[in-house]
Design a protein around this ligand. Structure first.
Ligand code: MN
Length: 297
């Protein structure tokens, strides 16, 4: 939903949060911006180097109503879920877990390489698809091309003649841009999409304003192109999609369109309901769901 009071472009600074022992920079949702298209959550982990046994260790926890979308830049993370999926994700790959009516997963740093650099995003499923059967998909190969000294990877959606294989349920795009040299590039954008650019590394200049790592610039809708100036080595995530008309509600790891759905998920998870299944041989105890706050009813 578009906030009509906002001044564009809107600068959003990520907040530091702890996820499974790893500090992450969270750029969505924040009070000044809840979503970009159906993208409703953006965590940026690293770049970091771990010592010994340190690293990401996220115990069993559930999701509903969303897709978790993991884009790996450095290091390896093992995903396991209640469907029996067990998948290591490596740099240049996407893991996509479509939660639908309910799923449980764990995420743990893996491999000898103790580095971690990743983005984890959530995509809200549209109301008609929010209770579909859960599934997990791994995408080791995504469209990659080079233009204006920039390496582009199409994470989801379409761009020009390129089409990502990643399953999605609403009109949206995700793209990674890595500047091989200091450069300027102009992207074609869809006027019916709203867009944002998140700086993973380096520096972006957009309309004369400089944005650095862990800043998100929301540029709104109605644009048919955007021109970006990038320092050498800069890396961005482009996120876009058609503005969602319904009010997306989030509580803990749950996404829905009404309070009752979220409250039911909290209750079902804490009572061990079979809708969420079980991650076999999980190395840690399940994380309890906090009660839905009365102040938000
Ligand atoms: Mn999760």
């Amino acid at each position: 939903m578009t906030d009509r009071q906002e001044v564009l472009p809107q600068r959003i600074s990520a907040r530091i949060k702890d996820v499974g022992g790893v500090p992450v920079s969270r750029a969505l949702p924040v009070k000044e911006r809840r979503q970009i298209g159906a993208w409703c959550f953006l965590d940026h982990a690293g770049p970091a180097v771990f010592k010994g046994d340190d690293g990401m260790k996220v115990g069993p926890h559930p999701h509903i109503g969303l897709q978790t979308f993991t884009w790996m830049l450095e290091g390896e993370v093992l995903h396991r879920d209640s469907l029996g999926s067990e998948q290591i994700i490596r740099p240049g790959q996407v893991n996509l877990m479509t939660a639908g009516r309910g799923i449980t997963h764990t995420e743990d740093s893996a491999g000898r390489n103790a580095r971690l650099h990743a983005a984890q995003l959530w995509i809200a499923l549209p109301p008609a698809d929010s209770t579909i059967a859960p599934r997990f998909d791994h995408y080791p190969d995504l469209p990659v091309w080079h233009h204006d000294q920039v390496s582009f990877t199409l994470l989801t959606g379409e761009y020009g003649d390129h089409r990502s294989p990643v399953l999605h349920f609403s009109p949206l795009i995700g793209m990674d841009l890595l500047a091989q040299q200091a450069t300027q590039t102009t992207l074609d954008t869809r006027p019916d999409f709203e867009y944002g650019f998140f700086v993973l590394e380096g520096q972006l200049t957009y309309r004369g304003e400089v944005y650095t790592a862990n800043e998100l610039v929301y540029v709104g809708e109605g644009l048919s192109s955007v021109t970006l100036t990038l320092m050498k080595g800069s890396r961005l995530l482009l996120l876009g999609g058609t503005p969602v008309q319904e009010r997306i509600m989030m509580w803990w790891n749950f996404v829905g369109y009404d309070v009752q759905t979220l409250q039911q998920a909290v209750s079902d998870w804490n009572n061990g309901d079979i809708r969420f299944g079980t991650v076999e041989n999980a190395p840690r105890e399940p994380l309890p769901a906090p009660s839905y706050p009365a102040s938000r009813l």
